[in-house]
Design a protein around this ligand. Sequence first.
Ligand SMILES: Nc1ncnc2c1ncn2[C@@H]1O[C@H](COP(=O)(O)OP(=O)(O)OP(=O)(O)O)[C@@H](O)[C@H]1O
Ligand SMILES: [Mg+2]
Length: 639
Amino acid sequence: MARVTDTIGSKLTKRRADNPLRTFKRLFSYYGKGNCKVYFVFAVIATVLYDIATIGASFMMRPLVDVLEKTMTYQSADPALAAASAKYFALLIGMACLYVTAMITNYALNRLMLECSARVMYALRKDMFAHMQELPISYFDGHTHGELMSYFTNDIDAVREMLHHSITQIIISVISLVGIVSMMLVLSIRLCVIMLVMGICIFLIVKKISTLSGKNFKRQQQVAAQVNGYIEEMMEGQKVVKAFNHEDVVMKDFSVMNEQFCEVGTRAHTYANVVGPIMNNLSHIFYAITTTVGAMLFTGGATAKTGILVTFLQYIRQFADRLSQISQQFNFILLALAGAERIFELLDVPVENDDGQITLVNVKEDEQGNLTECDEKTCKWAWKRVTDNGTEYIRVQGNVVFSDVDFSYDGKKQVLHNVSLYAKPGQKIAFVGSTGAGKTTITNLINRFYDISSGIVTYDGINIKDIKKADLRRSLAMVLQDTHLFTATVMENIRYGKLDATDEECIQAAKIANAHYFISHLPDGYNTMLVSDGANLSQGQRQLIAIARAAVADPPVLILDEATSSIDTRTEKLIEKGMDSLMEGRTVFVIAHRLSTVRNSDAIMVLENGEIIERGNHDDLLKLGGKYYQLYTGMFELS
Ligand SMILES: Nc1ncnc2c1ncn2[C@@H]1O[C@H](COP(=O)(O)OP(=O)(O)OP(=O)(O)O)[C@@H](O)[C@H]1O
Ligand SMILES: [Mg+2]
């Protein structure tokens, strides 16, 4: 199983962006989508003000020291002393004002950047979720849940971290560095040369450490994804793990990954954590060097030069701080850009193509049988085709025809060969055949979960490719082989079939499905909350709710894929009457291994390796003495 998670992990391993600049630009476009460009502009203005205030406050050290030096040379009775003291206090107040400005602008810029990042994340998540809704089913076939979830957790988190913290820090630091260097140049070009040499040394050291920690952060993300994938898989397969006593094996596998996770995590943070102290110590050393060199350069000169030296030293501190801040953010930015790139890859996956123009509309019929579109509920539907010659309404009847259909899921292995069949309105068509024969696949093609490779499928004489997908699916109700119930009440789960159904309609549908009795005995009846895919119900009960959901949809075509496979034969008999009334007047496709369920069908198709090998009604097929006969008599021999 570890191997399984390794594959999941390896899919998640791409943690560095291939084209950081393009990704960054695209991410930046979300400031527009999130309507926060104005906030961002104000945040940058606040940052500039903040930097000006802090740099300005430091610059005031120079006149402050100069005045202080002068004051010390005056006698107490000297009238110039009072003027110098007043100047000194005025400078102090000025400095305090600058620091207060820095405080306020710092708060403002953080608040504004927080607002920006929240809005960008909102827009990004919205786009991702909307895009995921439009992806074809085949995309979900090829990606694990863990992988899809990691877009919304790992990747989104990395991006959020960058937008919230790193970008703010980088903007502050870069603007500040420009300001600091300019001020240093104003103060002393000679000291600037020393500073430049120091800057290059710091840059090289930090670059080395960043590369090391970057690699380890990357590895940490990979192992985190593996651990998460493993936990998710083990939780899903918990019953199998327990049933086969695999707890110890699972624990051992997990421990190995967990240890690895701890190890790389510690290593990554060790490198990251040494950057701070190294920068600190380096700045102390360089501070001492500049002080010594500065003292040598300025000794014996005018007193004003002490002010230059003190101010310059303060800038050196700030310069080192800013460099260290940038270096610390660097890895996080690379990591976040890799996350953003993965998100954009997801957003670039082509959506389900839907070139259908024909729509499903509610119609009313006059005495001559003419159809006209109407808004009120009439329970009568028509396909609306708009052409240059006008609008045509085609009555929805449920006439489904497959002609020479070939299909493959992956483009390599042919799953259906030359399938031709027709279902006249109101007919019950059954598919039987061995496991893996292609029964579910046929039904997946009717509602265009997948598109056929060749051949044609028509619905009321219209090629289904010309029908808008949403409308096509609205005209079909499906009870899928693997039932899915949402975390909601029983009533809401039934109403999923038709969102505007009243409570009475839902209860009526539950009665048809014979689900009313057990639902009434649930603790809160129809208001009982179902959790975790209906884990608090039996498989059969879940199927009954799924049938009720299809019943409430009231569609012209119904697809029942092993809808009653988990229901006991007695209950099946009980719902038979309800099911018969549900099927009445509709075209129904039924798939069932239990042949008693399909006996009364108008036509039974026997599938073998993706081909229809026999067709006819129950009696015809028994007389034929072929596969159906074997399946049917075999069933009775076994039972
Ligand atoms: N999503 C998929 N991707 C690739 N191959 C698939 C996919 N789903 C099914 N198949 C393959 O298509 C073939 C037909 O599968 P299908 O689900 O239609 O069988 P079935 O007749 O419904 O079987 P069962 O009685 O077990 O439900 C199988 O060989 C299966 O391996
Ligand atoms: Mg199936």
